[in-house]
Write a protein that binds this ligand. Structure first.
Ligand SMILES: NC(=O)c1ccc[n+]([C@@H]2O[C@H](COP(=O)([O-])OP(=O)(O)OC[C@H]3O[C@@H](n4cnc5c(N)ncnc54)[C@H](O)[C@@H]3O)[C@@H](O)[C@H]2O)c1
Ligand SMILES: CC(C)[C@@H](O)CC[C@@H](C)[C@H]1CC[C@H]2[C@@H]3[C@H](O)C=C4C[C@@H](O)CC[C@]4(C)[C@H]3CC[C@]12C
Length: 368
């Protein structure tokens, strides 16, 4: 569509817009939403890269704010046509208390919903997660499942519990009357494990491997398969949902969609090696006795984390929860997003892989 002032009339708000996913959503909107007049980027921690975005035709407004503060959220939402709510505390490593995770992920989402209702914003896209479904505490595999596959979703960990509660609030809010009398239209997207430029865990594994002389030790059987999805395709799905929600409100409103693309099903470690291998790392056999790649055993890690919490933050990657998730097959096979709003991945597997490898290679000089 030609770039002309009369087409630019929409105001978007992206919460968590400076995060791993959020930054890609912000950049995707600037590239792929021709009706954009103002893009509000709301985050607890604003990135310096935002400044470079202020030279284009779209007004980019950086808002430093906290989703747990209702008045800050309401001020940011007021006047927006669409809210893409990605802000969240993504913590399965024991870095934040359960109370804080609830405050951000659940209360923060309540604040976003109420701000939409009070100010008259009609379209809300929420970044949920695969973990709303599973894997459950019984370790049941989710094999090539879709949005309608029966599965016993049982959670104990604060993070998946918070995502499930927040998603439910968003879907239940669909149809509520907003200021001005029209209906709120909501939708939730469930990414599986996101990878790509800016993925901190991938970066941590890379630096860990460098410290171990270029070798990572296998801790998960290759037979345990995970779905993974490239961050650019997750961002594209968020933008496409936001663009289609008004015209397809009756079909899409109150719906959930898994985020998917052509990334292959592999174990978490084998998948990471698609990027770390070309950067010089090798995935070796099992760890030598006593040499725990990511700290001590999971149970001991959990005990140390609990004992040390009053004194210091001890939150290694490996704990009983993350080990259980890593060891449980969770693969998604669906086309609901394509059927409902014409989604097709924007980036092929080859392109996603190449972009991620280039990013890992670029971080080589930034080892902590
Ligand atoms: N990374 C994944 O594999 C993955 C998979 C599925 C779903 N998700 C979901 O995607 C969303 C983004 O995750 P991410 O991986 O980009 O994480 P991230 O931590 O990189 O980004 C989250 C952003 O939210 C911001 N934020 C945190 N607390 C806030 C608060 N109180 N107020 C305002 N901003 C706050 C952070 O500053 C950060 O910029 C989350 O909702 C997460 O649950 C992530
Ligand atoms: C040391 C090994 C056992 C190593 O393989 C551990 C990997 C482990 C840290 C990750 C395995 C699965 C990951 C989770 C999964 O990709 C989905 C997630 C949902 C998302 O909403 C947040 C991130 C995460 C929980 C992700 C976190 C890291 C893993 C547990």
């Amino acid at each position: 569509m030609a770039d002309s002032a009369e087409t630019r009339k929409l105001v978007y708000l992206v919460t968590g817009g400076c995060g791993f996913l959020g930054e890609h959503v912000v950049r995707m909107l600037l590239q792929r939403e021709p009706r954009l007049y103002e893009l509000r980027v709301f985050d607890l921690h604003l990135g310096p890269w935002l400044e470079e975005l202020k030279t284009g035709p779209v007004q980019v407004t950086a808002i430093q704010g906290d989703v747990t503060q209702a008045h800050e959220v309401a001020a940011a939402v007021a006047g927006a046509h669409v809210v893409i709510h990605t802000a969240g505390l993504v913590d399965v490593f024991g870095r934040a208390s359960p109370e804080t995770i609830y405050e951000v992920n659940v209360q923060g989402t309540k604040n976003v919903i109420e701000a939409c209702v009070q100010t008259g914003t009609r379209f809300l896209v929420y970044t949920s997660s695969m973990e709303v479904v599973g894997p459950n505490i019984k370790g049941h595999p989710f094999y090539r499942g879709n949005e309608d596959t029966p599965y016993e979703a049982i959670h104990r960990h604060p993070y998946p519990c918070s995502k499930a509660q927040a998603e439910r609030l968003v879907l239940e809010a669909n149809g509520r009357k907003v200021h001005g009398g029209l209906a709120l239209v909501t939708c939730a997207l469930r990414p599986t494990g996101i990878y790509g430029e800016g993925h901190q865990i991938m970066r941590d594994f890379y630096h860990q491997g460098l410290r171990l002389g270029g070798r990572l030790f296998r801790a998960i059987p290759a037979s345990v398969e995970h779905s993974r999805v490239y961050v650019g395709n997750v961002a594209w799905m968020h933008v496409l949902v936001a663009q289609e929600l008004e015209q397809r409100a009756a079909l899409m409103g109150g719906q959930v969609y898994f985020c998917y693309d052509e990334s292959p099903f592999k174990s978490y470690e084998d998948f990471n090696m698609e990027f770390l291998g070309p950067c010089g790392l090798r995935l070796g056999g099992t760890r030598p006795p006593g040499a725990h790649r990511l700290g001590r055993g999971p149970a001991l890690n959990a005990l140390l984390e609990w004992l040390l919490r009053p004194l210091l933050l001890y939150a290694p990657l490996l704990n009983p929860y993350t080990l259980a998730v890593a060891n449980t097959t969770f693969t998604v096979s669906t086309d609901k997003a394509q059927r409902h709003f014409g989604y097709k991945p924007l980036f092929s597997w080859e392109d996603s892989r190449t972009r991620t490898i280039r990013w890992v290679q670029a971080v080589e000089g930034s080892a902590p």
